[in-house]
Design a protein around this ligand. Structure first.
Ligand code: HEC
Length: 208
């Protein structure tokens, strides 16, 4: 037997070379990689409240930058943020309703509410027409006399089958939407006397 063939026989006896050899190589490589991963997973880091001699105050956690608020920790109180006054639904608006606010409200209402409530707020949106629970019309006496704080609460926390829209609609936009809903309500119950005199005259051609 030549030297070469003896080595080949010995190698195949212990399963080295050929397919199984490749397998061992692969396992060895994997072990090597796993070792790398271990090193990366065990990087130096601080546990919460662990001391550090890197910083002069001996603490690893850095103090908050003065005047900043951590995400999710904004103190939410006051009419603007809750729609409530002394724990009950308030009425009116926390800031002046300008044409700009109204335009914003119209835009946001059409994006976030009209698909269910309809562009007129009558509850005839596309989604209820496909089987979702039909929302009530905003033009009922109950919702016309409901306080703005109630609308704020419904948008913020949801109502029955309607989910909360707080994640999509920031606080100021909720108020802008409510202003627009008020305008929609007036639009369905207005009389000619609600119009400014100049426009009234234009519509009636001068006759009262
Ligand atoms: C996915 C559909 C859907 C969307 C979008 C939606 N609503 Fe509703 N809404 C409903 C349904 C359904 C109800 C009735 C819930 C019930 O009675 O269970 C409702 C009820 C209401 C009510 C009446 C609460 C009461 O006192 O009866 C108000 C006000 C309201 N929604 C405002 C809004 C506003 C504002 C938006 C947009 C920010 C909005 N909704 C978006 C489905 C929706």
């Amino acid at each position: 037997m030549s030297r070469g063939s003896r080595v080949a026989t010995a190698a195949s006896a212990v399963g080295v070379g050929g397919r199984s050899g490749r397998r061992y190589t692969a396992i060895a490589l994997l072990l090597l990689l796993a070792a790398c991963r271990q090193k990366m997973a065990n990087q130096p880091r601080y546990d919460p409240l662990e001391p550090s001699d890197f910083f002069a105050d001996g603490m690893s956690a850095r103090p908050r930058v003065p005047g900043t608020v951590a995400r999710g920790e904004l103190a939410v109180d006051g009419f603007m943020a809750t729609g409530k006054i002394n724990g009950a639904d308030g009425n009116g608006f926390p800031f002046p309703v300008t044409a700009q606010v109204m335009n914003r409200g119209e835009e946001r209402f059409n994006i976030y509410c009209s698909e269910c409530h309809g562009k007129l707020g009558d509850g005839n949106g596309m989604i209820p027409s496909r089987g979702y629970r039909r929302p009530p019309s905003f033009h009922t006496d109950t919702l016309r006399s409901a306080k703005t704080g109630h609308f704020f609460d419904v948008i913020t926390n949801g109502f029955g089958a309607m989910p909360s829209y707080a994640p999509q609609v920031p606080v100021e936009d909720r108020w802008a939407i409510i202003a627009y809903i008020r305008a929609l309500q007036i639009s369905q119950h207005g009389t000619i006397d609600d119009l400014p005199p100049a426009i009234r005259t234009k519509l009636t051609g001068g006759a009262q």
